[in-house]
Design a protein around this ligand. Structure first.
Ligand code: PHE
Ligand code: CO
Length: 305
């Protein structure tokens, strides 16, 4: 799930049955039935409404992605993937919750699609992860512009089983509500983008992916971990908040953490003075590296461009 920018129709983050305006996707409203969602944007997962073809498409997506995880995804992700349940059909969210809630007190909830930032933050702050109900079309097998049920489940839910990452996600939600009041959502969104969606982690075995946008992508998983093209720099909160990002191509910069606790610790301080400082500093283009900045090397012998 990725939040959309709040628009006039939902400036307060309350659903009034109209699709929110999103940024980065032109004028096209998001897909999904917003009329039947509650004021907090959650809806029922109409599991019976998925067709056999959709279950089969989910299975093909799952198979392609899970086959390339070894050596590219972090172990925490690989170990937790089983909790999504049988890979041959779209899971019932209630079945996932029967495992997730006891593990970390998180739940997944269905939403019609992209939702306004405030509504998104409010759900995360309550340890409720919004998962898009619909699945991409067959012709979108390789690429879908908006997050769908496959991206949201496969990419995001396994790490919600990790206690430290789970706490980080809740703190991010609370921090988002605060950033809304401080008019700092754009800076905070970069944190989400470069960690939750596109984060890399340094492990004893080498670089690995933990970001959902990478882990659910057919091509970017290998690209992010092995290609010589992108820049990879150490996670640094202020550096990251200054960094623009790409929404319609592979990332040209990735930020690398050492452990999940680093995310939690780095984001514990009050961001109010940090937002003020970062606003006074120049932005950094995606793909550019600052003088003296150390870059992470890809594994020798396995690199490819
Ligand atoms: N500590 C941040 C603040 O005071 C909140 C936050 C926590 C933001 C975790 C992101 C992630 O605003
Ligand atoms: Co996402």
């Amino acid at each position: 799930m990725k939040p959309s920018l709040g628009a006039d129709v939902a400036r307060d983050g309350i659903n009034r049955g109209v699709a929110p305006v999103t940024y980065g996707h032109g004028d096209r409203p998001p897909r999904g039935d917003y009329a039947s969602a509650a004021t907090d944007y959650t809806c029922a997962q109409s599991w019976a409404g998925y067709t056999p073809e959709q279950h089969a498409l989910y299975r093909r997506l799952y198979e392609r992605q899970s086959a390339q995880l070894p050596g590219l995804a972090c172990n925490e992700f690989i170990d937790a993937l089983q909790h999504l349940g049988e890979p041959d059909h779209i899971p019932r969210f209630e079945d996932i919750n029967a495992r997730l809630y006891p593990a970390t007190r998180w739940e997944v909830v269905a939403v019609p699609g992209l939702i306004p930032e405030e509504a998104f933050f409010a759900l995360l702050a309550k340890r409720r992860f919004p998962v898009t109900e619909w699945l991409r079309k067959p012709e979108e097998f390789d690429y879908v512009v908006e997050p769908d049920v496959f991206h949201d489940l496969f990419g995001h839910v396994p790490l919600l089983f990790n206690p430290i990452f789970a706490d980080y996600m809740q703190a991010y939600g609370a921090g988002g509500l605060k950033a809304s009041r401080l008019d700092a959502c754009e800076l905070l969104a970069r944190l989400y983008w470069y960690t939750v969606e596109f984060g890399l982690i340094q492990t004893p075995q080498g670089l690995r992916a933990y970001g959902a946008g990478i882990l659910s992508s057919a091509g970017e998983l290998r690209h992010s971990v092995r290609s010589n093209q992108p820049r990879r720099v150490a996670f640094d909160l202020k550096r990251l908040m200054r960094s623009r990002y790409k929404i319609d191509s592979y990332q040209t910069t990735y930020f690398v953490i050492d452990e999940f606790k680093q995310l939690f610790d780095a984001t514990a301080p009050d961001f109010t003075p940090i937002y003020a400082e970062v606003r006074g500093l120049p932005e950094i283009d995606a793909g550019s590296v600052l003088p003296g900045e150390r870059e992470f090397a890809v594994d020798r012998g396995t690199a490819s461009s």
